[in-house]
Ligand binder design. Structure first.
Ligand code: URA
Length: 234
């Protein structure tokens, strides 16, 4: 792919704007030699104003999503894309969230522009587990772990029961749950089904990949070992 198109697809600007940057000599190789827009060159060698280019397609990120941000490109209010470099919203292929977290849920969110990888992670066949910590509005009544583990809980307006969900009780109002599927608002609806209410919800792990101290609002790119962790291979 020609360099101009590659840079435009990374979301830096329109092709017209980037053509201007070539003419202005802002786009160089690692040694500072000015490049031409038609050059075919290893993108790793390219600099804009001396700075390396963003990673090429095949990008996978983990974001520690804070409460109050929506997993969307255009809802009103704060968006997860506000937490990434502005141009990441305009990448082609698009950087999409892998599944969603509700606006009021915090925690580990993956994003990728690799559609095949995205589908492998969310496919039930991959058995990628998702671990949540839920703070409840009321004390547990006692039978919740058995109800959730039973594999017969039917959520309102659904036809198939949930897969079993292991639950660990940390305190009377604090639990950890491991989901192997991702129904709409699943955790909140599970607790509504047993007469409780989720006051706060946080996802701390996907497969074997954990937030590991990444602060709220921060993100980092994943490498091959991280992706193996997502699939439980590392
Ligand atoms: N379950 C929920 O209810 N909300 C989420 O964001 C994720 C799982």
């Amino acid at each position: 792919m020609k360099l101009l198109r590659h840079i435009a697809n990374l979301g830096y600007g329109s092709r017209r704007e980037i053509a201007g940057w070539f003419l202005d000599g802002r786009i160089t190789d690692a040694n500072g030699a000015v490049l031409d827009e038609d050059t075919r060159v290893d993108p790793a060698q390219v600099r804009i104003d001396g700075e390396p280019l963003d990673p090429p397609p095949g990008l996978v990120l983990m974001l520690h999503k804070p409460v109050g941000y929506t997993c969307s490109t255009k809802d009103p209010g704060r968006l997860i894309y506000d937490l990434l470099p502005r141009r990441y919203r305009y990448r082609d292929p698009l950087l999409s969230p892998v599944g969603r977290l509700d606006r009021d849920t915090s925690g580990l969110l993956l994003l990728t522009d690799d559609g095949g990888l995205l589908h492998r992670i969310i496919s039930p066949k991959s058995h990628v587990s998702k671990c949540y910590e839920a703070t409840l509005a009321q004390d547990l009544r006692g039978d919740e772990a058995a109800v959730f583990a039973g594999g017969s809980l039917l959520l309102e307006s659904e036809k198939t029961p949930l897969l079993p969900v292991p639950m660990e009780t940390l305190q009377p109002r604090l639990v950890r749950l491991t989901l192997h599927e991702g129904r709409y608002h699943q955790v909140r609806r599970m607790f509504a089904a047993v007469g409780n209410h989720v006051a706060a919800l946080h996802r701390f792990q996907v497969g074997n990949l954990a937030l590991d101290g990444l602060p709220a609002g921060q993100w980092r790119a994943l490498d091959a070992t991280d992706i193996d962790r997502v699939f439980g291979r590392a």
